[in-house]
Write a protein that binds this ligand. Structure first.
Ligand code: FES
Length: 199
């Protein structure tokens, strides 16, 4: 019912267009350029139903809802672009922060003056960004570590079942609420003189 009504409204608008005095016969120009375009726009602005028509057509052809865009423009999506993360310091203090989607936990820690080393700046050549994910449910939401990360984790101080490298965890919506403990110590083999054993 709604769709057919909207189509009728859209058709009415299309019929109204030539009556507005536009004399261009070229279809492309008719809809996209000059006074015709202005006239069409003013008609669309005058008739609120035509917005619903446009929305319905967009929804059918592109599979998205204008109501989502409306809420985004009203700031509804802004909150979803950041997640809550709590670092637990070496002293056991909770440090809650907000982290933008896509930012690594190492970057987020540095932006918030949290003591997480990151000696190699995320190039998987150290284990100083070692964090312990608190809660298996969050650990299981992370992508499996690659070989390089596992190699570095083998060298980490205080390795645990849910250990990960902070530079390899990127904020994503499903990680909202994650807690990351910073181990009491880190092992920086470049500074400590540690020599990794060849495989
Ligand atoms: Fe070195 Fe993460 S900062 S591996």
């Amino acid at each position: 019912m709604l769709i057919s009504r909207l189509y009728r409204v859209g058709f009415r608008v299309a019929q109204e267009l030539p009556r507005g005095g536009c004399r261009h016969t070229n279809r492309t120009r008719y809809y996209t350029q000059g006074p015709c375009r202005q006239y069409r726009q003013s008609l669309l602005e005058l008739l609120p139903e035509t917005r619903a028509f446009q929305g319905a057509v967009l929804q059918m052809h592109h599979g998205f809802s204008t109501s989502v865009s409306d809420s985004a423009s009203a700031g509804g999506d802004e909150e979803k672009e950041e997640i809550s993360v709590t670092f637990v310091s070496k002293d056991g203090e909770d440090i809650p922060i907000r982290v933008p989607i896509g930012m690594s936990m190492l970057e987020a820690a540095h932006e918030n003056d949290i003591e997480l080393e990151g000696a190699c700046e995320g190039s998987l050549a150290c284990s100083t960004c070692h964090v312990i994910v608190m809660g298996m449910e969050y650990y299981n939401k992370l992508e499996d570590p690659g070989d390089e990360e596992n190699d570095m984790l083998d060298l980490a101080f205080g390795l645990s079942e849910t250990s990960r490298l902070g530079c390899q965890i990127d904020a994503s919506p499903e990680l909202d609420g994650i807690r990351l403990a910073i181990p009491a110590a880190t092992r920086n083999f470049e500074v400590d003189g540690y020599v990794a054993k060849p495989h």
